[in-house]
Design a protein around this ligand. Structure first.
Ligand code: ZN
Length: 88
């Protein structure tokens, strides 16, 4: 490594909320870095379909747009019925 151009690195322990721990080097000063999700528990690595939704954001979104989706489905049904009527 060339001297004087690299940031300082520290040995840190990363602790995930799932309980997984791993030791690595980081430019962040440790000694412990807490994370919410890691490669042991993130759905993309586990293959499980699990929502990481601690703040209830998905629910809030669904509540907020429930009327909009309802309206959209209604319009879709009306369009389909209109097409059937024209074919006859
Ligand atoms: Zn984890």
């Amino acid at each position: 490594m060339k001297a004087g151009i690299h940031p300082e690195t520290h040995v840190v322990v990363i602790k995930c909320s799932c309980g997984n721990e791993l030791e690595t080097l980081s430019t962040l000063e440790g000694p412990v870095i807490h994370v919410n999700v890691c490669s042991k528990c993130h759905p993309i690595f586990t293959g499980e379909e699990k929502l990481v939704d601690t703040a209830g954001r998905v629910e809030t979104f669904q509540r907020k747009y429930a009327k909009f989706f309802e309206q959209q489905q209604k319009q879709q049904r009306e369009r389909e019925q209109g097409q059937k009527a024209q074919k006859k």
